[in-house]
Design a protein around this ligand. Structure first.
Ligand code: AMP
Length: 398
């Protein structure tokens, strides 16, 4: 169902509560990577331009329900001030007298950032009283731009929406829902999904859901070894989830029934250890020797995957295809990043999600060649698994 958008709101002179995702890495009291702050700037600028009075909230890290200076949003206020080119008032708490009086003193276009909502245990408990207090800081208008938190039923994401008149999606949230939503409900075909990473168990629901929707699922990374073991191959020291081999067989069977193809690697790079300079060898996938492990897809697999990707009109990628943090095992992931960028240049819609795959695309210098980089790792996985996100469900339908 379509949800209310910030673009539909009357904002002039109103205090608007904006839930952003400012969960950024900090180092020495400074923001180390401001990607998430930048991602929400269009929403903030739209609200400022329309004369809203902005009350911003976010979580940062996992402070366990009490204040901890290393999780303070104060450095975010500093960075936001630079990015917006205007003052940002910082409140040292997110509820109580301080935030209340500060929010009431706001003028049109002013920006107030509240301290980390997770400094209160009530946030993660979705507590009603706390939600009401947060809502009291605005004039009945709530905007959610924190897609990365939409899978959490927390007070600043879900509870607060009960105590406002309008709960709308911010521009970033809208963009996430549009791209991921279209891929799942009405994708241009062929639809190719690329899944990698460490564990099958993290992505079972995603595979199960995508079997019903995607034409082809390319599987790489350590995840592939559980499938290899299920097929009776020897896997040496490769990462295998022994208790998931049955499930891997079931998934392969379900794919056949549903007419979706699961494509596994046909060659791989082996090493005895992950240490720099360790000897490597390139082999087929059927018989990994006892003391070797598979750490990257090989050139034949890269070629096979590249062919599938080049024919795709919709591409969803989550999870690296090898241990890409190590240069010796990064080639597969980098080449697939290149293939996805090339397909995008030819008109395919590409969506990359999950911290590691996003890092890989950035490492390859190709982030701006991807149609949509999803900012929410866990949230985008749950979305791709076909689950309803509580933070999205809570928005006002139109
Ligand atoms: P995930 O968080 O499940 O997406 O997993 C990402 C991690 O999987 C990265 O740190 C990769 O280094 C790791 N990974 C990918 N392929 C392999 C592999 N073949 N062996 C060991 N680790 C891998």
């Amino acid at each position: 169902m379509k949800k209310l958008s910030i673009r539909d709101l009357e904002l002039s002179g109103k205090r608007v509560f904006i839930r952003a995702d400012f969960n950024v890495p900090l180092a020495n009291g400074k923001v180390e990577d401001d990607t998430r702050i930048r991602a929400t700037l269009p929403t903030l600028k739209l609200a400022i331009d329309r004369g809203a009075r902005l009350v911003l909230a976010s979580h940062l890290g996992r402070p366990k329900g009490k204040p901890e200076s290393k999780y303070s949003l104060a450095p975010v206020a500093e960075r936001l001030k630079e990015l917006l080119g205007k003052p940002v008032i910082f409140a040292s708490d997110c509820v109580g007298d301080g935030p209340e009086s500060r929010s009431k003193a706001l003028k049109n276009g002013h920006v107030l950032l509240l301290e980390n909502v997770r400094f209160h245990p009530e946030e993660e408990k979705n507590d009603e009283g706390f939600s009401r207090q947060l809502a009291g800081l605005c004039d009945g208008i709530y905007v959610d731009d924190a897609f990365g938190s939409a899978h959490r039923a927390h007070a600043s994401v879900v509870g607060i929406t009960k105590f406002v008149r309008q709960a709308a999606a911010g521009l970033l949230m809208e963009q996430e829902l549009e791209y991921l939503g279209k891929a799942l409900t009405n994708p241009e075909r062929p639809f190719v999904a690329i899944l990698g990473g460490a564990k099958v168990s993290d992505k079972i629901e995603v595979i199960q859901n995508l079997i019903k929707i995607a034409d082809t699922i390319l599987i790489g990374g350590a995840m592939a070894y559980t499938f290899f073991r299920a097929r009776g191959f020897t896997t040496g020291k490769s990462l295998v989830e022994e208790d998931k081999t049955e499930l891997a067989l079931t998934l392969l069977g379900e794919a056949v029934e549903r007419g979706s193809r699961i494509v596994l690697p046909i060659d791989h790079v082996l090493a005895r250890s992950t240490e720099d300079g360790a000897q490597t060898q390139l082999t087929g996938v059927e018989g990994t020797p006892a003391d070797w492990m598979g750490l990257d897809i090989g050139p034949k697999t890269i070629e096979l995957f590249r062919k599938e990707i080049s024919r795709a009109r919709t591409i969803v990628w989550n999870g690296p295809l090898g241990m890409f943090e190590k240069p010796a095992f990064a080639r597969g992931t980098m080449e697939i990043a290149r293939a996805v960028a090339d397909a995008t240049a030819k008109g395919a819609t590409s969506i990359v999600g999950g911290g590691d795959s996003v890092a890989a695309v950035e490492q390859a210098g190709l982030a701006n060649k991807i149609s949509h980089i999803s900012t929410g790792g866990g949230a985008s996985l749950e979305f791709l698994a076909g689950q309803k996100l509580p933070g999205v469900e809570a928005l006002t339908p139109i």
